[in-house]
Design a protein around this ligand. Structure first.
Ligand code: ZN
Length: 145
């Protein structure tokens, strides 16, 4: 559960298969810790209640992302608790100067080739040994061996 809202299934068409029982408007908001702005937006879903397996237990709520409603169905509203983000799109260029610099040599810690590859591109490559191409006669000669 995501703040008492089931996780949506967004891959399927909202009106395909089982007809939804309602449309759900979820109001979300986030508070930017850097600039203090609060951003709000709505997400629309087609909500369908499905019987649990074998008809036992609580019904399962299915949410499918909705672009355009197709039927005259009830519209339900739900507000999710505000979340906090470190910085947002409205912060022009937040400074992270109060944070420490990253470790000096990440490639030695990770032992990966991320930085080594860029260094390797700059260094001259060893000369490749010319590859001998086989002729038909060479192939027949190898088959006779
Ligand atoms: Zn911000």
């Amino acid at each position: 559960m995501n703040g008492n809202v089931p996780y949506p299934i967004t891959a399927s068409d909202p009106h395909e298969g089982v007809i939804p029982h309602a449309y759900l408007c979820i109001r979300r908001s986030q508070h930017c810790a850097w600039c203090g702005r609060v951003h709000e937006w709505s997400e629309l879903y087609a909500q369908t209640f499905l019987r649990a397996g074998m008809g036992m237990g609580k019904p399962v709520t299915n949410l499918r992302r909705l672009d355009q409603p197709r039927y005259n169905l009830p519209i339900r509203h739900h507000t999710v608790a505000e979340v906090e983000v470190a910085f947002c799109h409205a912060c022009c260029f937040p400074s992270l100067s109060h944070l420490p610099a990253p470790p000096p040599a990440p490639h030695t810690v990770l032992n990966t080739a991320i930085w080594s590859q860029t260094e390797a591109k700059d260094s001259p490559k060893p000369a490749k040994r010319p590859r001998k191409s086989l002729t038909i006669d060479d192939i027949f000669a190898k088959l006779k061996e």
